[in-house]
Every structure is written in structure tokens, then in C-alpha cells.
Design a protein. Structure first.
Length: 139
């Protein structure tokens, strides 16, 4: 009789634990997205890797860390300093490689252009222009 009560207790405990984990997963994946939606990232290209975008991203991340991790003001300031330093280094790296990235993309567009018929080229140029205009727009 004792072993069946022990077994029942263990089963109830496992069910309670699984229910708690499932509830936490639902809260994290569904409810937080509805109640606290994240600001979408700007599209790739112009506007995404600006200092203003870095500042917005860093601020959003710090706000979430402060809330979720219960950071002290000193911790927040220290983490912000680390993030600013990283953003500065990443910005410098992006500026170094951006001309190479642009050249690769330009070469790719030229190679595609050579393989298209004149009517297709017109449509392709329109597609590229529309895509560029979407990239420039930031939220």
C-alpha cells in the first residue's frame, strides 16, 4: 500500500512539474509576445547598422535584461558600457567591410543582368529598386 501511495505521489509531482514547465513555456512564447512586442529590426542595408539603430537595440536589450534579470543600476550601467564598446568595435568593422560587400553585390547584380533578356532586365531593375526602397525605410 505504501509503494502505491509513493508511486501516486511521484506521478502527481511529475505532472505538477510538467504543468509548471508548460505554463512557463506558454507564457514566454505567447503571452510576452502579445503583451510586450519587440520592436522589429530595420531591414538589412541603410539604417540597420547606424549608431541610432545600435542605441535603440542596446536600450531595448538593457530594458529587457533589467526587467528579466532584476539588474541593479550599477549592473545596468556596467553592462551598457560593455555594449557601447562592442557596438563601437562592430561599427568600425562594418565600415571596413561595407565597400567589399557593396562590390560583391554589384558584381552579382551585373552577372544576373547579363543573363536576362531585355524585358526581364526591366522587371529585374524594378525589383532591385523596390527592394532598395524597402531597406531604406526604418521603423
Amino acid at each position: 500500500m505504501t509503494s502505491s501511495r509513493l508511486r501516486a505521489g511521484i506521478i502527481i509531482g511529475v505532472i505538477a512539474l510538467c504543468s509548471a514547465l508548460a505554463g512557463a513555456a506558454v507564457e514566454r512564447s505567447v503571452i510576452q509576445k502579445v503583451i510586450v512586442p519587440r520592436r522589429p529590426l530595420p531591414a538589412l542595408g541603410a539604417g540597420r547598422f547606424t549608431r541610432e539603430a545600435d542605441t535603440r537595440r542596446r536600450s531595448d536589450m538593457l530594458d529587457r535584461m533589467e526587467k528579466d534579470l532584476e539588474l541593479t543600476p550599477a549592473q545596468r550601467a556596467g553592462i551598457d558600457s560593455v555594449m557601447q564598446h562592442s557596438d563601437s568595435l562592430l561599427h568600425d568593422i562594418r565600415m571596413e567591410i561595407q565597400p567589399r560587400v557593396e562590390q560583391v553585390l554589384a558584381n552579382s547584380r551585373s552577372a544576373i543582368d547579363l543573363r536576362l533578356e531585355p524585358e526581364q532586365r526591366v522587371k529585374y531593375e524594378k525589383m532591385v529598386a523596390e527592394r532598395r526602397s524597402r531597406r531604406v525605410q526604418t521603423p
